[in-house]
Design a protein around this ligand. Structure first.
Ligand code: GTP
Ligand code: MG
Length: 345
């Protein structure tokens, strides 16, 4: 159970770099969790931010503690609370909202840490990155006891109220955003690139940007196998289940290639027909024409007509078209993703 929820306090030591004061779980043995040291290495601005990493979603609070020993008179510290996505019963947005609601608890925790008088000097006791696991083990007994008491108190405050041991959510019940498109249009490039953008943007603070970080976990390429005319749904047996568990679609094609547009439309048509058979409403659709450079873009009228964008809108489907060079135009990729995320909230 405790492996599903992790609370860590880290700090930045001027000599040996990022170090761990204390964690309830040994992260060095856990490959699914983010490298907190890397996060701390790249961030030094006071505040709270959410960061998603594979199976764990994290909320982090960076703060400074006054110190007579530190250069500049302040110690840089960070509290991180992380939670395994699978323990949430509802959709991915709930994870974000849960973590976001815990920001004030992290701030309170930071205040109590600031009031632990002997703490700053303890932070300087560690002389090598290799010696020992947690720096708190080097503290005097009184400080150690006080710190661990405060730590436990906040760990309880952060924990979800319902029992975590009971039904861990089936991976397949998490709703997905599917990426659909003809071969070689940039589907993999798109996915890889937004993972990178999220890392570079971890401290943006508007709501869709922060949800964006959480939502990436749920993006999946829905690969269409032309030879057998079938979709390969990774965690579902068939296309019907895929559609039942979709919360959005991203349709991608090569904007310089008329064939790519038509082929993408044909693939999407299969999805749409299946959806009609299931009598479910179509989730929001983000349409992206990937601008491969050096070639002329196909006119937008052709795209509107091929994807029947106006008709879809009249049926009440949330749909929007963007033309983007997904390899280079990060801002536009973010803008398009933000549009989609707003439609999901
Ligand atoms: N110039 C340019 N090249 C791109 C762009 N996007 C993707 N590519 C290149 O196009 C090729 C295909 O991109 P992928 O991301 O592999 O496309 P895919 O849709 O995943 O392809 P399949 O999985 O094979 O169907 C790669 O060589 C990419 O580097 C782009 O915006 N501009
Ligand atoms: Mg690919």
């Amino acid at each position: 159970m405790t492996q599903n929820q992790i609370l860590c306090v880290t700090y930045f030591d001027e000599v040996i770099g990022p170090s761990t004061l204390y964690c309830n779980v040994d992260l060095t043995e856990n490959t699914d969790t983010p490298d907190l040291n890397r996060i701390l290495e790249f961030n030094d601005e006071e505040g709270t931010f959410i960061f998603a990493y594979r199976k764990f979603q994290t909320v982090n609070h960076i703060f400074y503690v006054d110190s007579k020993i530190a250069r500049g008179g302040k110690e840089l510290m960070m509290i991180t609370y992380m939670i395994k996505t699978a323990i949430f019963k509802d959709e991915i947005v709930d994870v974000f909202q849960y973590l976001d609601s815990k920001a004030p608890v992290l701030e309170e925790f930071a205040l109590e840490i600031k009031n632990l008088n002997d703490l700053p000097s303890t932070l300087h006791l560690k002389k090598s990155a290799l010696s020992g696991k947690y720096v708190i083990d080097l503290a005097n007994e009184e400080l150690k006891k006080k710190f661990l008491g405060v730590f436990q108190k906040y760990f309880q405050k952060l924990a979800p109220k319902y029992r975590l041991e009971t039904p861990i959510k089936d991976k397949r019940l998490i709703k997905k955003i599917f990426i659909i498109g003809a071969p070689r249009v940039g589907k993999t490039t798109f996915l890889k690139n937004i993972e990178l953008i999220q890392f570079l943007n971890i401290k943006r603070n508007d709501l869709p940007s922060r949800i964006f970080e959480v939502i990436i976990e749920n993006l999946e390429i829905l690969k269409y196998d032309e030879n057998v005319s079938e979709f390969e749904c990774k965690e579902f047996e068939n296309l019907e289940n895929c559609i039942n568990f979709s919360q959005g679609f991203i349709i991608l094609f090569n904007l310089t290639d008329r064939n790519s547009i038509i082929q993408t439309k044909e693939i999407f048509k299969i999805v749409d027909n299946t959806r009609l058979d299931l009598e479910t409403d179509l989730a929001p659709i983000l349409i992206i024409g990937n601008k491969f450079h050096d070639k002329e873009d196909i006119e937008q009228d052709f795209i509107n007509k091929t994807f029947e964008i106006n008709e879809l809108r009249e049926l009440g489907v949330k749909v929007k078209y963007f033309s983007i060079n997904i390899l280079k135009e990060d801002e536009k990729v973010m803008e398009a993703m933000r549009w989609l995320i707003r439609k999901l909230l």
